[in-house]
Design a protein around this ligand. Structure first.
Ligand SMILES: [Zn+2]
Length: 480
């Protein structure tokens, strides 16, 4: 720094965890414009604003590797469930579900309705959606995926069939347009209605366009229950044929008969990584959440209703109680509540811990921001990993926990100069208290903000501080 120059912001006296997994170090962090200008002993440096970080950790802002925030970025530009946890970048467009490209005026079937109503789907080209983010920037950055279900609904006569050759061509064109507009890759949700009929050949043919552009193949696999390993093999095959790195979304082994099976699935990932690029994300809970599906209800130990269009009053209640009140059998109640969403208790805590502890697992919330009574992962995922799993259980070190939500995710998604605290990187930072950081959102009270988050900065601007959103909107649509 030249003599007389002053920094914009200086975090003094804190401990830096840099996102690479390296041990923490005592260091000051200086920010100029949207970048980190210096890291180290900066005693005597001048800054327009000094933030006392004594007794606190300064780390890269968290990257939520798996979100459905496509529409949240536009309708809640504070991105409140995420920035309040220290998240500075979200990866949207997961599970085959993206807000674009989709010509306006089409019916929006589940699970696309998780993102909003028909009026929210108003971007015929992917570039139109990216432009909307550019014109009205949110508080957090966004990396974007193009979803297969959106492509199918936009191009196909009947999504209950495998795509015909001309429909595959039309999807490839739209995906190419999305990749051109900066998308990070292509996502599928092969368990879901509009995506289910896609054959391996169809997915590989479309995914090829993402691979050719250097993008990823990100998948909510066809099966996360008894057929999980076959589904993994399909994902790997698609990645090989498409020439794309694979990310397995929200990895889990669902259903009591599959408890413990993550020993095998992680071993399969480990073997496969020797010959092709494979990553994965995980959320720190034994319950999942999505639209209310008869098949999922059948397999779950317990179901909580998260929303219901005809019966909003039942959001937050156990499906069994709702069925009893309605004097209906369980599946009849499911039908009566449609369209609706649910939380499904279906995993083994030991599997969840094993997957979190696996060194290549990224942390992704999979939060559903438009649900009336959402799964607590929406507001609690990152502090839960840092507080409950790292500090309380000692499942992983704080440094490693931070790496899985910063440096690892930035490398996986190709986010240049993000996910690390180092000179020259973007100033996406979070200052938190390692002793008190904790998730406060529960299944009963799912929207309680996390504890222990002091300051959240995106591209050099503070977006969240002392429990309040500042109103700054420095986020960017990140291009591949
Ligand atoms: Zn999913």
């Amino acid at each position: 720094m030249a003599v007389g120059e002053q920094y914009d912001v200086l975090f003094t006296g804190g401990t830096v965890i840099d996102g690479t997994g390296a041990p923490r170090v005592r260091a000051d962090v200086a920010v100029s414009g949207d970048r980190i200008a210096a890291v180290g002993d900066l005693a005597g440096a001048q800054a327009a604003r000094t933030i006392d970080a004594t007794g606190r950790i300064v780390s890269p802002g968290f990257i939520d590797a798996h979100t459905h925030d496509d529409n949240l970025l536009l309708v809640d530009p504070d991105v409140s469930p995420k920035t309040s946890q220290g998240v500075t970048t979200v990866i949207a467009g997961n599970c085959g579900v993206s807000l674009a490209p989709l010509a306006p005026g089409r019916p929006i079937p589940p699970p696309l309705d998780l993102l909003g109503g028909p009026a929210d789907f108003r971007f015929p080209r992917f570039a139109d959606y990216v432009a909307a983010l550019d014109e009205a920037p949110p508080a957090a950055n966004a990396g974007l995926l193009v979803g297969h279900s959106a492509l199918r609904l936009d191009t196909m006569e009947d999504v209950d069939l495998p795509a015909a050759a001309d429909e595959i061509d039309a999807m490839r064109e739209r995906l190419a347009e999305g990749m051109e507009a900066g998308a990070l890759g292509f996502s599928t949700g092969l368990i879901y209605g509009p995506n289910q009929a896609a054959t391996t050949d169809e997915v590989a043919a479309v995914a090829e366009v993402a691979g050719a552009a250097g993008g990823l193949y990100v998948t909510h696999m066809r099966n996360e229950h008894d057929g999980v390993e076959e589904a993994m093999e399909e994902a790997f095959e698609i990645g090989r044929r498409a020439g794309a790195g694979v990310v397995i979304s929200h990895h889990k082994c669902a259903g009591r008969q599959n408890f413990g099976r993550s020993n095998d699935t992680l071993a399969l990932i480990e073997r496969t990584r020797e010959r092709q690029a494979v990553g994965l994300d995980v959320y720190p809970y034994t319950a999942g959440s999505t639209v209310l599906l008869p098949d999922m209800v059948e397999k779950a130990e317990r179901v909580i209703v998260t929303w219901s269009e005809p019966h909003p009053e039942h959001a937050g209640r156990d499906l069994e109680d709702v069925a009893a009140d309605l004097r209906l059998e369980l599946q009849a109640a499911v039908a009566a509540l449609q369209p609706a969403g649910g939380i499904y208790f279906m995993m083994d805590e030991a599997d969840v811990r094993r997957i979190i502890a696996y060194p290549h697992s990224m942390i992704g919330s999979d939060g559903l921001p438009h649900d009336r009574h959402p799964h607590p992962r929406l507001w609690g995922t990152f502090p839960r990993v840092l507080g409950h799993y790292a500090r309380e259980l000692g499942l992983l070190t704080l440094e490693d926990a931070v790496r899985r939500m910063t440096g690892l995710s930035a490398a996986q998604f190709g986010l240049t100069d993000r996910g690390e605290v180092r000179t020259g990187a973007y100033a996406d930072l979070v200052m938190f208290d390692a002793e008190t950081i904790a998730d406060r959102a529960t299944f009963d009270e799912p929207t309680r903000p996390a504890a222990g988050i002091d300051v959240v900065m995106v591209n050099g601007a503070v977006v969240y501080e002392e429990g309040r959103h500042t109103g700054n909107r420095p986020g960017r649509a990140l291009r591949r």
